[in-house]
Design a protein around this ligand. Structure first.
Ligand code: SF4
Ligand code: SF4
Ligand code: FES
Length: 251
């Protein structure tokens, strides 16, 4: 038999049904990534036992590791299917949905919990439209810009949330990606006006103190976001905020 690529895929028909496994083999081609291999399986969804089945469902969009939608467990590690080359993986290649978010179908999960956490901490900059387009808004130094840019690369893929032992459906923790966005928004010259609101949001249950400092998050982030550095900085910011709350005006 010609060389093939062997996949073992965890399937689930709907959010309430039981998961099950199916195996597929496709002809070997160099430079297949996991998404292109899944596309090939979709063209002819027949298992290695010869059973014709429903095509595997997954999400993908940008195909260049920018949108985060194709994130899944690949051989047990959370990563992007579009940028994971099949040639770098041991076989059978095991594909599973992320475990910290509810399964929608097969490899598709609902990451709404991440977006709810971002809403909880006001992870945005309020623009009041008062900046004149010619004079521009407040200046940001190249050093600050460079430091902040790293955090702005977050694509809400959920890898860090998957790896974090404190994050999950039964825990209130907002998770490392959300905390990193608090660090980013608080550093912005306009965003800082809501710094106290963001800090208060992470000073209670589900906030900063829920982090057990296991450092798993920073190891899996595909964008090399210094999550634990952000968590350390927020520790200092929340301490100052606590003192302000006790002895002075809130902001
Ligand atoms: S350092 Fe904190 S946020 Fe990161 S994985 Fe550990 S517990 Fe989770
Ligand atoms: S911080 Fe990194 S791992 Fe976490 S969601 Fe953002 S890009 Fe993904
Ligand atoms: S398809 Fe966008 S990150 Fe993979």
């Amino acid at each position: 038999m010609d060389k093939t690529i062997h996949f073992r895929i965890r399937r689930q028909d709907n959010p309430r049904s039981a998961p099950y496994w199916q195996e597929f083999q496709i002809p070997y081609r160099p430079e297949h990534n996991v998404v292109s291999a899944l596309m090939e399986i979709r063209e002819n969804p027949v298992t290695t036992q010869g059973e014709k089945v429903e095509p595997v469902a997954w999400e993908s969009n940008c195909m260049e590791e920018v949108c985060g939608s194709c994130t899944m467990l690949i051989n047990g590690k959370p990563r992007q299917a579009c940028s994971t080359l099949v040639d770098t993986l041991t076989e059978p290649i095991v594909l599973e949905p992320l475990t910290k978010f509810p399964v929608v179908r097969d490899l598709m999960v609902d990451r709404q919990a991440m977006f709810e956490s971002l809403k909880k901490v006001k992870a945005w900059i309020d623009i009041d439209g008062s900046w004149n387009v010619h004079t521009g808004g407040p200046r940001i130094s190249p050093q600050e810009w460079e430091e902040n840019y790293i955090y702005s690369r977050c694509m809400t893929c959920g890898c860090c949330m998957e790896a974090c032992p404190q994050f999950g459906p039964s825990y209130p923790f907002v998770g490392p990606a959300t905390l990193a966005q608090v660090r980013l928004m608080n550093a912005h010259p306009t965003g800082k006006y809501f710094r106290a609101d963001r800090l208060h949001a992470i000073m209670g249950e589900g906030g900063l103190s829920d982090c057990g400092n296991a450092q798993n998050c920073v190891e899996v982030c595909p964008k090399d976001i210094p999550l634990t550095t952000a968590i350390g900085e927020l520790g200092r910011q929340t301490t100052i905020q606590m003192l302000k709350d006790l002895f002075g005006p809130g902001r």
